[in-house]
Each structure stands twice: as structure tokens, then as C-alpha cells.
Design a protein around this ligand. Structure first.
Ligand SMILES: [Zn+2]
Length: 99
């Protein structure tokens, strides 16, 4: 089976100012987009805002580093009997316990 070739190939368009072919995009008053901008037919392009390159540490670097002023590696442990007794006494003084 053979498919018919699309024979309605559009005529190549050329910019009226510089004569270069304009294969894509609209012709604005016969001008390509670059010449239209250059001749003030269309608005000038606005430069894209760009951020400076990053120099300092990334957030991942900050996560890997211990926070300044933190006690460092804290290991959780159970209270000793004396600490339990101190907490119980303090709660009784404040009236926090039922007894
Ligand atoms: Zn042109």
C-alpha cells in the first residue's frame, strides 16, 4: 500500500528586510521575528532574569553538618531512680499527682 505524498508544501517565506527564509513563525508586516523586533514593529524581548551561581553550601550540606550550639550527639537514656524520685517530688509539690 502506498500513501500519497503531501504535495501542498507551502511556499518558502522570506523576510522583506533581510531576505532570509522564515520557515517557522508568523511574518509581522512581512518581517521575520528578529527584524520585526529590530525595526520596532514588535516589542523588544525582555531579558530573562537569571540567578547568580550558588557559591555557599546547599541545604543538603547544612543537613549533614551538626548545628552550631547544639549539644552534639545526644543519646536518649532512661531516667535513673534518683531522677524519677526528683520528678515525682516536684510533681507532688505542684499538685500534679493524684496522691
Ligand atoms: Zn529579516
Amino acid at each position: 500500500m502506498t500513501l500519497p505524498l503531501p504535495l501542498d508544501i507551502p511556499e518558502p517565506r522570506h523576510c522583506q528586510s533581510c531576505g532570509r527564509p522564515v520557515p517557522k513563525g508568523p511574518l509581522v508586516k512581512g518581517l521575520g521575528s528578529g527584524c520585526a523586533r529590530e525595526h520596532g514593529v514588535t516589542a523588544p524581548s525582555i531579558p530573562r532574569p537569571r540567578a547568580d551561581g550558588q557559591n555557599g553550601p546547599t541545604l543538603l550540606d547544612l543537613l549533614a553538618r551538626p548545628v552550631i550550639g547544639s549539644p552534639g550527639n545526644v543519646v536518649c537514656r532512661q531516667r535513673t531512680d534518683d531522677e524519677h524520685e526528683a520528678v515525682r517530688t516536684a510533681q507532688q509539690r505542684r499538685g500534679l499527682t493524684g496522691g
